[in-house]
Design a protein around this ligand. Structure first.
Ligand code: NAD
Length: 279
């Protein structure tokens, strides 16, 4: 059911790769809620992904950009304003990648060139996006910018590797730029910290199957899926959340407030019993 939450709003959605992507679901719901927007991803993702299919469905134009390039981002913002007929009201940063994770370099054996890339792609691109938009005055008053984060920014989770540091930086950028944008433009900047989700990026996390089972058992409401995450993003783009800014908002079924749950304890007990009997 649509509520016309984004009627008359213009936006830019970065990071839709395929139908599993969180950004893909955000585009679908934003379209249903009456928004017009452009889509952006890297030229490689455009070649291998299915973004044109999404663009067709949502009447959106696709603008290729490497989000680590200030020139590319400047092009995305100027073109988007031309295509959409004015400044934008919302932006989604749904971008993350670690070459250390991809190449199976563990945290105590990081390749530092890869680490620089991880930070540039997954966090500094958010600063670049915000700085380019600020200089171009590309966002309307009461506009809303959301980037996607993960709880590894606050807590150590086995296998999340250098993406944990990237997410900590991403959340810090949201606060630092959120202050400036709030003070000078009345624009809000937030991060949404999502449950583990089966997407291309999510599948790269070491032991993602066990992790998702664990977080689901630990969360009183269960894991949040990509569609639910997209619904929350759209709420944050709407006028119903105008005074929320500089926050890291957990969208994780309650996981972030738990220490131990009955469902997780049951599994642990079973394994412990087997182990004690076997010893
Ligand atoms: N999947 C999860 O478990 C999970 C949980 C919490 C947060 N997140 C975050 O959600 C966001 C979206 O990820 P997803 O899970 O939808 O996976 P995804 O793989 O579908 O999306 C990641 C996107 O980043 C894009 N990207 C990579 N390098 C880029 C660059 N240089 N410039 C522009 N775009 C680039 C990819 O092309 C892809 O579209 C990421 O920030 C991710 O860290 C994911």
């Amino acid at each position: 059911m649509a509520y016309n939450l984004l009627k008359g709003k213009r936006g830019i959605i970065f990071g839709a790769l395929d139908e599993n992507s969180i950004a893909w679901k955000v585009a679908e719901i934003a379209f249903e809620e009456g928004a017009i927007f452009t889509l952006s991803n890297t030229p490689t993702a455009l070649r291998f992904g299915e973004i044109n299919e999404l663009a067709k469905k949502c009447n959106a134009t696709v603008i290729p950009a490497d989000a680590t390039s200030v020139d590319d981002l400047t092009h995305v913002f100027t073109e988007s304003m031309k295509i959409l007929g004015g400044k934008v009201d919302f932006i989604l940063h749904s971008i993350g990648m670690s070459l250390n994770v991809r190449k199976k370099r563990v945290y105590n054996d990081l390749d530092y060139n890869y680490l620089n890339k991880t930070l540039d792609i997954s966090s500094i691109s958010f600063h670049k996006m915000l700085q380019v938009a600020f200089k171009l005055d590309a966002i309307n008053q009461w506009g809303s910018v959301v980037a996607l984060s993960y709880i590894a920014a606050q807590r150590t989770l086995y296998g999340y590797n250098d993406m944990a540091d990237a997410k900590a930086l991403l959340e810090s950028i949201a606060r630092s730029f959120g202050y400036i944008y709030g003070r000078e433009r009345k624009i809000r900047i937030n991060t949404i910290s999502q449950s583990p989700t089966l997407t291309t990026a999510g599948s790269g996390v070491k032991g993602v199957g066990s992790l998702m089972d664990f977080t689901d058992r630990m969360s009183p409401l269960g894991n949040a899926d990509a569609h639910e995450c997209a619904q929350y993003c759209v709420t944050m783009f709407s006028d119903l959340t105008r005074k929320v800014t500089m926050q890291n908002l957990f969208h994780d079924g309650g996981f972030s407030s738990m220490g131990m749950s009955l469902r997780a304890m049951n599994i642990y007990d079973k394994n412990l019993e087997q182990k004690l009997n076997g010893d």
